[in-house]
Design a protein around this ligand. Structure first.
Ligand SMILES: Cc1ncc(COP(=O)(O)O)c(C=O)c1O
Length: 310
């Protein structure tokens, strides 16, 4: 089988992710309608925004006959997990540059190793150099012919796969849906948000909840990934719901996320979708969403990362 037919096989496993209406007393009280797009169920091997972002990167790697794939992430990285699974399916070797100490019993890394990913552990100081041209050149020398993918898969080639979410909504669901006022999602490196902005319908605003602390740089990064975003006033970032920082949250916030998951009947993890959805509910309670609005929350997946982190 040719490499591209492996990609097509992987592509065929994708199904339009379900759209669910959510019910909660707070929504009634504020006269809001909320749906959730369950991208956690988008693909059986590579869930959520990872499949959307990696889709065309993987195709490019195959058409360029890359020798392998190399990328960066933390010890619970959804991105490295997805990349390892994809490499395994496509017959491409993968290397993960992991921030931190070797963890022997972390399920994310165990899966990655099982799928053949070579893990190289680096300390925080070295990891900070992940965009540094000298280090990237050294990695390319050590792994000749590999496609080097930025952390989180966020690069211009990630955008078209994310943009397809709108088409999926129109084709599969829109006829039954009224127009949406706002799409809400968790944001870390900004690639998913940039991809959504690249095909945003004029009548739907996009609001990203940053899951990292001190993300003042994020708007600029979104504009670097998708320059027309700088002239688009139909989107905004919420920077105040980081819960203490990336992958951090107080016991009270974790309990609140667990309670929300139960009330809404949707699985949530505390790092991305749980944190952002809690932020959305808190902002609704604070009256920051206009009555009568129709909202869509994007569940970006990442449930695998919660296995060892909780
Ligand atoms: C599950 C999940 N949701 C959301 C995000 C944030 O996406 P982005 O980095 O494109 O902003 C990530 C990280 O990439 C993630 O793993």
């Amino acid at each position: 089988m040719s490499d591209l037919s492996c990609w097509q096989q992987l592509y065929r496993l994708q199904r339009p992710s379900p759209l669910q209406r959510l019910f909660h007393p707070l929504l009634e009280q504020h006269r809001l309608t909320l749906w959730i797009k369950r991208d956690d169920l988008l693909h059986p091997l590579i869930s959520g925004n990872k499949w959307r972002k990696l889709k065309y990167i993987l195709r490019q790697a195959l058409s360029e006959q890359a020798g392998g794939l190399l990328s960066f992430g933390g010890a619970y990285s959804n991105h490295l997990h997805a990349l390892a699974a994809a490499g395994h399916e496509l017959g491409l070797p993968t290397v993960g540059m992991v921030r931190g100490e070797p963890y022997s019993n972390n399920p994310t890394l165990d899966d990655a190793r099982r799928w053949g990913m070579t893990l190289e552990f680096v300390d925080r100081q070295q990891y900070r150099r992940r965009q540094d041209a000298d280090w990237l050149a050294e990695l390319t020398r050590r792994h000749p012919g590999y496609l080097v993918i930025p952390e989180g898969g966020s690069c211009p080639l990630a955008l078209p796969g994310v943009a397809e979410l709108w088409q999926e909504l129109w084709q599969e669901w829109w006829p039954e849906l009224p127009e949406l006022d706002e799409l809400v999602l968790p944001v870390a490196s900004g690639g998913t948000l940039a991809g959504l902005l690249s095909a945003r319908p004029a009548s739907t605003r996009v609001r990203g909840y940053a899951v990292l602390k001190g993300a003042g740089w994020l708007a600029e990064e979104v504009c670097r990934l998708y320059p027309p975003a700088a002239l688009d006033n139909g989107w905004q970032l919420e920077l105040g719901h980081h819960g203490g920082g990336y992958a951090k949250s107080s016991p009270a916030d974790r309990a609140a996320i667990g309670e929300l998951a139960e009330q809404l009947g949707v699985p949530l993890e505390p790092i991305y979708s749980g944190k952002a959805l809690l932020g959305l509910f808190r902002d609704i309670a604070a009256g920051r969403y206009a009555a009568g609005n129709r909202l869509l929350f994007l569940h970006t997946g990442g449930m695998q990362g919660a296995r060892g982190a909780l």
